[in-house]
Design a protein around this ligand. Structure first.
Ligand code: SF4
Length: 239
């Protein structure tokens, strides 16, 4: 197995102890197949137990380990070190979020925005005898957006969100798209005032950074445009 020494320059900040953030460099012997998260866990377990990082599943499902790597947002568990270039890898927390410690940020503003779009199936008509059916065509319309793991990489890469935390952001709007275009959902009116109001879809300026950042390859800008179209026409293209 090929081995290689790599340097990691990691953002450090403990608001309870440090007057300001700083960076600390670590040299790690890496090997083929090692992910960025593997390297950070190695540092935390063997070199510096004071380093804080949030993670859980290690397989791109829980969405906990989003972070900035050489100024691009990535999911650490999905990022093979071989794909990262440069003598020193600069690792930082998700941008524009309040740092709790080191690479761990406060996700509350992100989750608060998600709650505003009511990210669940809403129905007002009586339940059918058996189930609410969905055609293959209708399911395919929302196919990729269903994969969202709420890592926050899209929203925290958005320059509008950096300056305006009142903007819902691409993740919340993509989640709204997932339900608005679900042919079983009846929650258009329930979500309209949020999506079409201040902080809604009109704030998107098509910077496309969200699309680049998404580790699940979800076209968030397409989802935002589809929600805009729905608000303008009042129609969704389901069967
Ligand atoms: Fe993460 Fe992609 Fe979901 Fe945004 S759309 S929260 S980047 S998985």
């Amino acid at each position: 197995m090929k081995k290689k020494m790599r340097k990691f320059k990691i953002y450090r900040y403990d608001p309870e102890k440090d007057s300001k953030p700083y960076y600390r460099e670590y040299s790690v012997e890496t090997h083929e197949g090692m992910t960025l998260l593997d390297a950070i866990i190695h540092i935390s377990e063997n070199m510096d137990p004071s380093l804080s990082v949030r993670y859980s599943c290690r397989m791109s499902v829980c969405g906990s380990c989003g972070m900035s790597v050489n100024d691009s947002l990535k999911l650490a568990c999905k990022t093979q070190l071989e794909t990262l270039h440069g003598d020193v890898l600069k690792i930082e927390p998700l941008p524009s979020m309040k740092v709790i410690k080191d690479l761990v940020v406060d996700m509350e503003p992100f989750l608060d925005n998600l709650k505003k779009v009511k990210p669940y199936l809403i129905t007002h008509t009586p339940d059918p005898a058996k189930e609410r059916l969905q055609s293959v065509y209708d399911r395919e319309l929302i196919d990729s957006s269903v994969d969202c793991i709420l890592c926050g990489c899209c929203t925290t890469s958005c320059p509008v969100f950096w300056t305006d935390k009142g903007y819902l952001g691409p993740a919340a709007i993509t989640k709204a798209f997932r339900f608005l275009y679900d042919s079983r959902d009846e929650g258009y009116e329930d979500r309209l005032h949020v999506l079409g109001g201040v902080g809604g879809v009109d704030k998107c300026h098509h910077a496309y950074r969200c699309v680049e950042a998404c580790p699940k390859n979800i076209n968030t800008t397409y989802a935002i445009d589809m929600v805009k179209k729905l608000i303008l026409t009042g129609k969704r293209d389901t069967e």
